[in-house]
Design a protein around this ligand. Structure first.
Ligand code: NA7
Length: 561
């Protein structure tokens, strides 16, 4: 099935700027923005979606690097809102490759006729609250100027790709690529000398595939990562049927899980069992493949000793796979607990270091000094020659895309200023001082610690229900109170500090961006608990939010009309 092409009314280049008023503006047409638009239509609200790319799919539109694949099983990494959709769609593999996920996003856009309200190749440059009109004014790089009662940021958590500030980059004579902005036409790396900078999830997926094509691959590793084999395989028909025969119930159950993924979570602690049992359990999970490895025991994210047993097991695996002991040692993570940096899932990552055409540069011993015309120069003076450099250097995660949109709330307060010391929000859904502005999977919500599809659907449904409530009660503005926001931020930190997560210099902590405040950004209390909390708050008439005019007054005014 070929990718469907966007077909807006006019091609972006010649469409005139839009000056219009809508009920809602949505920023982003990834999985969050697409479903949000669908729900807004259902509520009878007028909506305009702006999308910087020339197609839908968000992160799956941009991340086209070789080997790009989802870490959550296909049967679970998909929308649940339409029974017909989930029954009719067929995923070809246990873990979906990027092209299949993008095809799915395009299918959804067509099936629900979403494209006609999306303006592609249009980047939002300014989002400003108009105090008097109680509306948002949204401007784009194409000269659009739209006002809307509500603004919903569906900009994604990993969409602001980050190039490190390495001197000499412009002097490089070869080609440079970022995994998060991979050229659509693909890249022919056959026979070329390729430098890969970074060893996070993207690199770990890309390196084995690149190594099969390239003449030579030099991997520049600053921090080794824990990675579990995916055991990816073609979709088993019986397994697919099992899911489809019981899809609704399985989806409901997944929503109650800690990370929104249905898998067997052992309810025992790692130290409650003998070493022999423990190793057997880890071995079974390693053979089973995927991130369910981290659910082997219920305290791996909480207890350092328990965590060490899992980390030791993976380090032993690395030792047994990688034949060169020095390389094996360099590839073993030792200075943070397993799982506290995003656990990676791979196909033949460690095995790839047994190939003759793959070498590893340990940047902890010899950091990168500069990019030279012929390659990457490390502090020992070596120039590692390359024809192409692949930057797998990650994203300004969670806050990057939100801050790029130029959001200004009450009194002209810039979100960037408000978040100078780290993101602050109520539930990761709204920010005090920014009325009628919602963030889908914003910082302060489970987001990146969960199956994003589950968290996206939960947020979209919550926001849609909220808008329906406001409409029905005549409320014009909703805004998180400062007290509720402060309490939520304090609660989020308290829960995070009970875990081992803050011990790693991870992108969850903002540690990958020089100067970014070190704050644990996602909410780690669990998807099930979080959903209950959000529902409870809504049921109490949106506790912690200021509704204006208050629903009672609004309802009375409505009755009097
Ligand atoms: P990540 O996980 O942020 O990985 C980026 C990698 O790049 C990581 O190994 C970094 O090392 C490395 N890096 C970053 N800057 C540099 C410089 N200046 N020099 C050398 N190495 C550097 O991004 P991914 O794209 O792999 O994955 C992001 C998420 O997407 C992933 O977690 C999934 O949720 C999907 P560091 O660890 O910072 O020392």
């Amino acid at each position: 099935m070929p990718d469907a092409q966007p077909h807006s009314d006019a091609s972006p280049a010649d469409r005139p700027p839009e000056i219009a008023a809508f009920d809602v503006v949505v920023v982003g047409a990834g999985f969050g923005g697409l479903y949000m638009l669908h729900r807004l239509r259902g509520l009878g609200l007028s909506a305009r979606v702006f999308e910087a790319a020339d197609g839908v799919g968000g992160t799956w539109y941009w991340n086209r690097y070789p080997g790009a694949r989802c870490d959550v099983e296909s049967m679970q990494y998909s929308y649940s809102f339409s029974e017909e959709l989930q029954q009719e769609w067929h995923w070809p593999e246990r873990f979906s490759a990027q092209p299949d996920i993008l095809r799915y996003a395009n299918h959804v856009a067509d099936r629900f006729d979403l494209r006609r309200d999306i303006r592609f190749e249009t980047r939002v440059t300014s989002v400003a609250w108009d105090e008097a009109a109680e509306r948002w004014t949204v401007e784009t790089d194409r000269g659009d100027r739209i006002t809307a009662r509500f603004c919903i940021m569906a900009t994604g958590c990993l969409s602001a790709a980050r190039m490190p500030d390495i001197p000499g980059l412009d002097s490089f004579e070869g080609d440079t690529y970022h995994t998060g902005h991979w050229p659509h036409e693909g890249v022919d790396l056959a026979g070329r000398r390729v430098a890969v900078i970074g060893t996070g999830s993207s690199a770990i997926q890309a390196i084995p595939v690149i190594a099969e094509q390239a003449g030579h691959v030099t991997v520049f590793q600053r921090t080794p990562n824990f990675s579990i084999p995916s055991r990816n395989k073609p979709m088993d028909a019986e397994y697919e049927n099992l899911w489809k025969s019981d899809y609704r119930a399985r989806r409901l159950k997944a929503r109650t899980m800690r990370n929104g993924i249905l898998y067997h979570l052992n309810d025992k602690g790692a130290m409650e069992v003998s070493e022999e049992d423990r190793l057997r359990e880890y071995e079974a999970r390693w053979e089973g493949g995927g991130i369910a490895f981290m659910a082997a025991y219920n305290n791996l994210a909480l207890d350092a000793e328990a965590n060490r047993t899992a980390a030791d097991f993976v380090r032993e695996k690395i030792r047994s796979i990688v034949r060169d002991p020095a390389k094996a040692e360099a590839l073993m993570p030792r200075d943070y607990p397993i799982g506290t940096k995003r656990i990676c899932v791979d196909t033949d990552y460690f095995e790839t270091f047994n190939r003759d055409n793959v070498s590893l540069v340990d940047l902890r011993k010899t950091p990168i000094e500069a990019i030279a015309p012929k390659g990457v120069r490390t502090t020992d003076g070596t120039v590692h020659e390359a024809d192409a450099i692949v930057f797998a250097t990650g994203f300004d995660a969670m806050t990057g895309a939100l801050l790029k949109a130029g959001i200004r709330g009450r009194g002209g307060l810039a979100l960037a200023d408000k978040w100078e010391e780290g993101p602050r929000s109520y539930l990761g859904l709204m920010v005090a001082g920014f009325p009628n502005l919602f963030t889908i999977t914003g910082p302060g919500s489970p987001s990146v610690l969960s199956n994003m599809m589950v968290s996206i659907e939960q947020h979209v449904d919550w926001i849609a229900d909220c808008l329906a409530y406001l409409g029905a009660t005549g409320v014009r503005t909703i805004e998180a109170t400062q007290e509720a926001e402060d309490a939520w931020v304090a609660h989020g930190m308290e829960v995070a500090n009970r875990t081992l997560y803050p011990r790693a210099a991870s992108w969850y902590m903002g540690a990958n961006i020089p100067g970014k405040p070190r704050v644990f950004m996602p909410y780690i209390g669990g998807v099930g608990v979080y959903r209950e909390k959000c529902d409870e708050i809504a049921a109490k008439g949106y506790e912690g939010f200021r509704l204006s005019p208050p629903p009672a007054t609004a309802a009375r005014a409505e009755a009097a009309e």
